[in-house]
Write a protein that binds this ligand. Sequence first.
Ligand code: TXA
Ligand code: MG
Length: 327
Amino acid sequence: MPLPIWPPDADHIKKAADALRAGKLVAFPTETVYGLGADATQDSAVARIFEAKGRPRFNPLIVHLPSLQAAQAHARFDARARALAKAFWPGALTLVLPRRAETPLSLLVSAGLPTVALRVPQHPLALKLLRESGLALAAPSANRSGRLSPTLAAHVARSLEEAGALVAGVLDGGPCTLGLESTVIGLPEDGPPTLLRPGAIARAEIEAVLGMKLAEAAEEEGEAGRSSPGQLASHYAPEAPIRLNAKEVNRDEVLLAFGPDALQGAALTLNLSRQGDLREAAANLFRYLQELDAQAEGKRIAVMPVPETGLGEAINDRLRRAAAPRS
Ligand code: TXA
Ligand code: MG
């Protein structure tokens, strides 16, 4: 049974908040991607997220809050954390901080780590839902684990169809404006600020606020020692095989193009940004990969090079994971 898609009116926001308080899951839009939300203080509700997504239990979740003040009840903010929160919240930044001992958040959101990932989203509908429900909402991207993140309500409904019994509905906020997940920054008490996941806020903007370079996350395979456990090599995978860095293309391929000089000859072409604008490309990335995948019919997806500058770092990170060998 397809998931119900709810218009974003007051009645449906109330219905969504009631469902969340009752421990059910509700998908909702944020400015980055759609999230699959649950009351972050109820173990059974959080457990349903892992079940609905088929997500490994060692991969912790982001907890969404309506304000910095609300976030401070759950984690300890040092001067670096306060500076970043003031600069980028509400917005597409997630901070991984030491959990407060007295937080009512389920231990499942931290997957056994002494830290918790917090974010204040900017999307008006996400903020309305947070306020109406009065809850802290654990919300990973609203897709099956390892698949493309959804930037449209219809993509959520399709991706989570099989989990229909666990998900009450999808609040429809139209297409997500940023289209890439939040940037995740670790701020260990005894270590340097670390880029755990490149995302919708470019590294340089964060470094400018901190007044220093970000350290790199150690990317180790295997459960132990991975600093951001969600960063598995293969992720965001479409069904069709992907070929990166395409300099030519043929009729057996569909093309994800970038810039004014799109390659000619593919069976179907979608251009991330004709102007070569990385913000526009980020907003289109997952939706175009979904569309090409849906129409590939056994063909390969060729992808033109995207510059590594600014948001290009996060775009290339997602493309490399989409192309990585599947386990
Ligand atoms: O934009 C976003 O961040 C979206 C929207 C819905 O907010 N959410 C999202 O969640 O992308 P998810 O679960 O797909 O990605 C969360 C990332 C993962 O890479 C996870 O490993 C990392 O954050 N993370 C969460 N808690 C962590 C922790 N305590 N320590 C290290 N990494 C953590
Ligand atoms: Mg995800």
